[in-house]
Design a binder for this molecule. Sequence first.
Ligand code: SDX
Length: 375
Amino acid sequence: MSAGEVQRGLEDVVALESQICFIDGAQGRLIYHGYDIRELAEHSTFEEVAYLLWYGRLPTTHQLDELRKRLASLRALPDPVVRILHETPPSANAMDVLRTAVSALALFEPAETQPGASSIGGAQRLTAVLPTILGHFHRGRLGLSPPDPSPDLSHAAWILNAIRGTEASELEVKGMDVALILHADHELNASTFAARVTASTLSDLYSAVTSAIGTLKGPLHGGANERVMELLDEIGTPPRAEEVVKSKLSRHERIMGFGHRVYKVEDPRATILREWSRRIGQAKGNLKFYDLLRSVEQVVHTEKGLYPNVDLYSGSVYTLLGIPRDLFTPLFASSRVVGWTAHVLEEYQDLRLIRPTARYVGPTDLAYVPLEKRG
Ligand code: SDX
């Protein structure tokens, strides 16, 4: 790249070196610290993947057990934050709620919020508590009792319990666990980059995660899975997919859940989530979403040659798991907080203030005109 050449959106700019995540966009491969996402989705758990992302290696049985117990012990919220959540209007945007609650939490956990405070303890605390925030907000807006942070539940089972308040089947827990694994990290996506920029100033972990939540809220990044479900509502039945999608494309509208800045073929997470959308749909006797999505896929690929990304099927899996639509992106955040915090810790270990430049194209040397002479 020649000096001063502008790369809009920092496309293809290599900003730093990292050992956490590798995306092979041409081959459609995603790797966390050397392990292929397909292996991890098949054989691992969210807690084990969190350990891998934070420590750079798979845990022993004892280490994994310790982490599970640690996360379960960190699920409760301080009373003042619970009060804020219960004062929050039920119509509030759930990502605003998450961002606000993390900011409020920082007021009560000073140890983790000192500039450069970079303990894995803070990462574990935020990972453990995000589902509690969602549970309190969602159940509060329904007038239901707050979630009981059951220590014997796995993280995936806890999320389902915190939001639904009901026991989850083994298939549902595994489906949620796979979704959490798939969303845990994705190299320098916009929200992770925002977290690293914040950390690179030696700001603290809670501030970095607050930056990341605000960034993930954007529909070009985290909000797409909700809009995919809105598209399915609009289409209604598979035969209408072609007509609806083509009319959107003719108006140069983006079809949510398709395309990616890095993947030039199918996002491997979409492949896995497509199968889980089918599996859970079949188990629940409801393949409506799966069938609709398959028909949308065919039209978009034929018309634009685009491939599905992680957001195309995640919304159908969450819907089948009984998660309300406006909590889809907060769920994405509840998983990606592991990646955000892993990258923040890596930034602290090899700190370099992130500060690119802009090429100035405005005027120069203008003469200052006093206010009274400006008419
Ligand atoms: C995530 O970065 C990450 O890793 C993110 C993520 C993660 O795990 O963190 O993977 C999660 O953000 C997934 C993406 C979720 N967002 C969406 O599904 C929104 C819809 N997708 C698009 O907005 C788009 O594909 C992006 C934003 C994802 C990527 O856009 P780029 O790389 O900037 O590509 P582009 O906008 O330059 O588009 C290139 C061409 C254009 O055609 P032309 O105008 O040149 O003819 O492809 C077209 C675009 O119009 N295009 C689409 C499209 N995506 C790209 N056309 C219709 N629908 C789409 N979805």
